[in-house]
Design a protein. Structure first.
Length: 325
């Protein structure tokens, strides 16, 4: 079946000046990302900050224009951002950000803010629909008159979700939706997402650095490093038995009782998108790197027999793994 959303070769670079008199350098925030999302499914997008996962989320929604590549929604190319066709489509795609307070207008009651998209998209019977949306996210209809500062962080993120769901979007991009919440509230909001998805068949792009949360909600997982997807597959495979050396390091950093894999410590500097190494961008930090890795950029491709895609010469079996010393 046709995926709901298909992104191909998404690329986004911008010029950044280092210091007042520095020459501008080209930063490749997103560098050829292809991904697909099915209806009612969640794709978790993980990686360290600066890897391009948030930019990928915005490119997918057309909130930023790609320099190359494109997005198809329900098999049709995404109309140019800002056009009436794009605005009509936007009702079917929503974004939830990390900071619910920043996403809400503090001078408006949450009921009025949830009603706003209903007005813009001319969806009728607003008071009843607002009440239903509040119930859907576990708030009470009589809380519609509350202002953002009168709610807790978890309640505010629920209100943001209610507003995002008002137009019954087919796609929800969630960028670190629980990072600003207390740990005790995070599980509630995660459960809510899973429950709403089951009910509404919403596809979710879940952008997060929290591997546990990603594993809990995702049907597929993609690991990004310096603007590229380096591994993509089922959460059990990618987050329990990663094939790419960077994914291995990322996963090994979370303590996990019963896992036998040792912690992989990364050498070298953290990734800097303004200073992308040659060949495989991970090679200066990679414990498995071979001389060829500094010259040849590995392509993300399916690994025969295990349903995942990996961008690594060694994990692909193109090169012999270096023997452990
Ligand atoms: Fe490491 Fe080479 Fe694989 Fe890159 S291609 S992750 S440097 S082994
Ligand atoms: Mg981010």
């Amino acid at each position: 079946t046709l995926p709901l959303l298909e992104a191909t070769g998404l690329t986004r670079h911008y010029l950044m000046r280092r210091g007042l008199f520095g020459r501008p350098v080209e930063v490749r925030a997103v560098n050829g990302v292809s991904l697909a999302l099915e209806r009612g499914r969640t794709l978790g997008l993980v990686g360290e900050s600066g890897c391009g996962k948030s930019t990928t989320g915005r490119l997918v929604l057309g909130l930023e224009r790609p320099d190359a590549g494109g997005v198809a929604f329900e098999g049709q190319p995404m109309p140019p951002p800002g056009t009436p066709a794009w605005r009509a489509l936007r009702a079917r795609m929503q974004m939830v950000f990390q900071d619910p307070l920043g996403a809400l207008d503090r001078r408006m009651s949450i009921g009025a803010q949830i009603a706003e998209p209903l007005e813009i998209h001319r969806i009728g019977d607003r008071p009843e629909r607002v009440a239903q949306l509040l119930r859907d996210v576990g708030l009470r209809p009589d809380q519609a008159g509350r202002y953002p500062h009168e709610l807790s962080g978890g309640q505010r993120q629920r209100a943001v979700l209610a507003r995002a769901l008002a137009t019954e979007p087919a796609l929800l991009v969630c960028d670190e939706p629980i990072s600003a919440l207390d740990v005790s509230i995070q599980a509630q909001v995660m459960n809510l997402l899973v429950e709403l998805q089951a009910r509404l068949s919403t596809a979710i792009l879940f952008v997060s650095h929290d591997l546990r949360a990603v594993r809990q909600v995702s049907h597929r997982v993609a690991v990004m490093y310096l603007g590229r997807i380096v591994e993509e597959g089922e959460p059990d495979a990618v987050l329990h038995d990663p094939a790419h050396p960077y994914a291995q390091a990322l996963v090994s950093a979370i303590p996990h009782p019963g896992r036998r894999q040792r912690r992989v410590l990364l050498q070298g500097d953290p990734p800097n998108p303004a200073d992308r190494p040659s060949g495989c961008a991970f090679h200066p930090r990679c414990p498995a790197a071979l001389p060829l890795c500094a010259q040849e950029d590995p392509v993300l491709k399916p690994r025969p027999g295990d349903g995942r895609r990996v961008a690594c010469h060694v994990a692909q079996g193109d090169l012999p793994a270096r023997k452990a010393a």
